[in-house]
Design a protein around this ligand. Structure first.
Ligand code: ATP
Ligand code: MG
Length: 573
């Protein structure tokens, strides 16, 4: 493409409404433009990237034996009533009425439509297993659309659905999709992890998310340094420490701790580590009372784990300061389990601490030398904390590390949920109708583009992985309008490369070299070739990879072949 004939502007300024880097860079590079909250236009440069992502996904889905189809975006609301999701899905579901006052929804996902197809088309177990997929626009009325196309309302998704006669076949189909996803993100040259969405504690893998690792990711991921165990921190189980708790050494002593509110304050004042101090959080109980949750000072409460405990209200609600004063007769900063009048649930790591420090339920006072079983009863222990780096891996191998990730894909064994509610059956070997087992598998195509940028950028702009870059090569002639030699050489090279199927962005604009270099870096084109009069005198062009800090000479005589070799080298590297 000749840039002189492409009218879209890049922006120097960082747009003020863009919080995350990928959003800023996508706007600055002219890949997308916002139309309304969470609704974006993909400009030609951005669409090239989106299509490359889409094509890799399509190729690997086809390789895995899935069949592409295209379902409507608008779906009759009755189908959603049948699956019982019309109410459950809530306000994220965009509901519409047609001129006859019939209720429709704009599809946020397509389990209902595909199950309707399956129950009409599939009659016998002999037609199974089968996997259908589409790459299509979804609409979800997200409560907080943000980060550009990362959490948009309208976005492109690949969604696939598989149908099976039994669980074993479902597990096999799921594995095929897992492997396809692994190939997809590997081909895109992204650093990613497959993460247990159910914590991986049951040993099965009924649901896994694929996360692109990036510091700005919304999710914290715990993964083992010794095997491929990975789970969302929210769900990763903390392994209870083996061995007995240290025996009490110190006597229970009440100490004056004026103006001490946080664990950090307590630890600093008493000159101990935060792990020696236990914090007590009061939450609402399921029976209308309050429950004290006790954790090590250096650990964080995990709301998802805590609210699964029957005595705790679900969803988890912290008790207000007012309520804390009411039930404890003390201040929020001084609560502790000793002489606490109510239910106490203690994190299993906090149970292992001897001679601990805790609030004394008396303003400006703490206990030191407190011990379970001596100064207060042996507590009810549970796993209610987030895992931290260094914890043993639940897989039994290695220790956990924590990284941040962006969820770009999801594979899920649905079982018979939809085939049951929507009565999707086939005849089994004994000619008996049986509900099919189902799996569903999504990839956020639009989100992949943003995630790739979050993972691959520098101060000057985007660093596209080669397989999804909008162009492979940017060709920059210096003084194209003035130097006939430069013009001839670059025109000819542009034609040659294009004829050989290389995707070239030809910056033939009448602009200063600095502007062209800055745009090329912002756009993140992997290979840059500069044609300058001075270089031509010695028969050379100048070559530089976007990730390299130095340029090198490229002999003009063999330029097209040498450039092609660099593209090939990148791909096979
Ligand atoms: P999230 O937890 O991020 O809301 P989800 O669990 O709702 O995701 P799925 O229903 O599994 O997502 O959808 C499949 C994929 O679609 C996700 O893995 C994600 O990559 C993408 N996706 C979901 N919601 C959005 C959105 N609002 N904008 C862009 N992509 C999205
Ligand atoms: Mg969601």
């Amino acid at each position: 493409m000749r840039l002189s004939q492409y009218p879209i502007n890049t922006l120097k300024e960082v747009p003020s409404d863009a919080e995350v880097l990928s959003h800023q860079l996508m706007l600055r590079a002219g890949l997308i433009r916002r139309l309304a909250a969470g609704i974006y236009t993909w400009l030609p440069m951005g669409l090239r990237v989106l299509r490359k992502v889409e094509n890799i996904v399509r190729e690997e889905m086809n390789r895995a034996g899935a069949h592409e189809l295209a379902m409507p975006t608008i779906q009759p609301a009755e189908l959603w009533a049948e699956s019982k999701r019309l109410g459950d899905y809530g306000p994220e579901l965009l509901r519409l009425k047609d001129r006859h006052d019939r209720a429709f929804v704009y599809g946020p996902t397509h389990e209902e439509v595909i199950t309707d197809i399956a129950r009409r088309e599939l009659r016998s177990y002999k037609q199974l297993p089968v996997n259908f997929y589409q790459i299509q626009i979804k609409f979800r009325d997200e409560i907080r659309p943000r980060f550009g196309v990362m959490r948009a309302r309208e976005f492109l998704m690949k969604d696939a659905y598989s149908f099976h006669i039994d669980e074993a076949s479902l597990a096999h189909g799921y594995r095929l999709m897992f492997d396809a996803y692994t190939r997809i993100f590997t081909r895109m040259e992204l650093k990613f992890r497959a993460v247990h969405a159910d914590g991986g504690s049951i040993g099965g893998s009924a649901s896994q998310e694929f996360h692109v690792l990036a510091d700005s990711g919304e999710d914290a991921i715990a993964f083992s340094d010794a095997d491929d165990y990975a789970a969302n921190v929210e769900l990763a189980p903390a392994v209870a420490a083996a061995g007995a708790r240290p025996a009490p050494v110190l006597p229970l002593t009440k100490v004056h701790t004026p103006n001490v509110k946080s664990i950090a304050d307590v630890a600093a004042m008493l000159k101990v580590g935060a792990a020696q101090c236990l914090k007590t959080l009061l939450v609402e109980g399921s029976d209308g009372g309050v429950v004290a949750l006790v954790l090590r000072g250096d650990h964080e409460l995990n709301a998802i784990k805590a609210q699964k405990i029957p005595a705790v209200a679900n969803p988890l609600r912290m008790a207000s300061a007012e309520r804390i004063r009411q039930v404890s007769g003390s201040e929020p900063g001084s609560i502790g389990p000793i002489n606490f009048n109510g239910r106490i649930i203690v994190d299993q790591a906090a149970v292992q601490v001897g001679d601990f420090i805790c609030g004394a339920n008396e303003k400006d006072h703490h206990f030191t030398g407190a011990n379970w079983g001596r100064d207060l009863p042996e507590p009810l222990a549970a796993d209610i904390r987030n895992v931290v780096a260094g914890d043993p891996s639940p897989s039994g191998k290695g220790r956990l590390q924590i990284a941040r990730g962006i969820e770009v894909g999801h594979v899920f064994q649905l079982g018979r949920k939809y085939s049951h509610s929507m009565n999707a059956t086939v005849l089994d070997e004994h000619s008996k109708p049986t509900e099919m087992f189902m799996g569903c598998y999504g990839i956020g195509i639009t989100r992949v583009v943003a995630a790739a940028i979050e993972q691959n950028n520098d101060a000057s702009g985007i660093l596209w992985p080669e397989p999804i870059a909008p162009f492979q090569v940017v060709l920059i002639p210096m003084a194209y309008q003035k130097s006939q030699k430069v013009r001839e050489v670059s025109d000819c090279l542009y034609r040659d490369l294009q004829a050989q199927g290389v995707e070239v962005l030809f910056d033939d604009r009448d602009a200063r070299p600095g502007v062209k270099f800055a745009d090329a870096e912002l756009l993140g084109i992997p290979h840059r070739v500069v044609v300058g009069e001075r270089g031509l005198e010695s028969g050379n062009l100048e070559y530089r990879h976007r990730r390299a800090s130095e340029s090198s000479d490229l002999p003009l005589a063999d330029a097209p072949a040498l450039i092609r070799a660099k593209l090939g080298a990148m791909r096979s590297a």
